[in-house]
Ligand binder design. Structure first.
Ligand SMILES: *[C@@H]1O[C@H](CO)[C@@H](O)[C@H](O)[C@H]1NC(C)=O
Ligand SMILES: *[C@@H]1O[C@H](CO)[C@@H](O)[C@H](O)[C@H]1NC(C)=O
Length: 251
């Protein structure tokens, strides 16, 4: 790539969220800091951010060798959370919004990895945005300089996908010999150890009828949720799986 093209590509990339104000590091990490004031550089009260994933097998969704995205949820640092924080921004046209922002590659990725169990991805995305995304105070429209319509919506979806790409649950489990099987069972401690190794902190694991089907990765963030620095923190919620005999069934 020649230099001019490289520079053009870089400025295009930076343009995606160049309008969120730059945050200094003095505010500290969300949840860990004594501050209880929400600002554009401090996530509050939802100071814990959870990247949540599914392993859906009945019916199966997404690729057979990948978990799928559930969302990114702000949590009040204690397992409780606010929801549906701004009905005026509870948009239902997520695909149109992303398209209008030139985020077509993001839509393609979401169509493969952020899929609804009933095939209604659009409603699922709108639900995740309206219920959880609108509660993230650091992407309030007021936090942008030169705000353009629904900019925070595109930034939110792109950030969730970026975080998900760094949390390959399927691969982390497979590396520990934990692979989908119709006959084998696994212990909660083995699954927890494999994912703690990847994430750097313990995770929430969810089961339904003894079958592993959810994982939540917890973070604290310094700065805003888009450009801020993410630190893995231990789960705030006890796992909903039995300690032994856990099934991890193929898609
Ligand atoms: C999405 O819906 C909102 C609210 O109805 C509307 O203001 C906005 O123009 C729509 N965006 C696009 C890109 O269609
Ligand atoms: C949702 O995603 C699935 C699975 O990738 C895809 O086949 C389907 O067409 C999408 N549905 C809608 C309504 O976009």
């Amino acid at each position: 790539m020649n230099k001019a093209i490289a520079l053009a590509a870089m400025s295009l990339f930076a343009g995606a969220n160049a309008d969120l104000q730059t945050c200094s590091t003095t505010s500290g990490y969300s949840c860990a800091s004594s501050s209880t004031t929400p600002t554009c550089c401090f996530n509050y009260p939802g100071g814990a951010l959870l990247q949540t994933q599914f392993w859906d097998t009945s019916p199966s969704t997404g690729p057979s060798t990948s978990w799928t995205i559930h969302g990114l949820w702000p949590d009040n640092c204690d397992g409780t959370y606010e929801s549906s924080c701004d009905s005026t921004r509870a948009y239902t046209n997520i695909t149109d919004i992303l398209q209008s922002q030139g985020r077509d590659d993001l839509i393609d990725y979401m169509d493969e990895y952020w899929v609804d169990i009933d095939g209604d991805n659009e409603s699922f995305w709108a639900h995740e945005w309206g219920k959880h995304g609108t509660c993230i105070n650091t992407i309030d429209p007021d936090c942008y300089e030169g705000y353009t319509a629904q900019q925070e919506v595109g930034d939110f979806f792109e950030k969730v996908v970026d975080l998900f790409k760094g949390l390959d649950t399927y691969k982390a489990l497979a590396a520990a010999g934990i692979t989908p099987s119709t006959s084998k069972t696994y212990t909660l401690s083995a699954i927890q150890a494999a994912l703690t190794k990847m994430h750097g902190a313990s995770v929430y694991l969810g089961c339904s009828s003894g079958k592993l089907n959810q994982v939540w990765y917890f973070y604290n963030v310094q700065g805003n949720v888009i450009d801020g620095s993410y630190k893995a923190v231990k789960t705030l919620t006890n796992s909903g799986c039995p300690s032994t005999g856990i099934k991890y069934v193929p898609k």
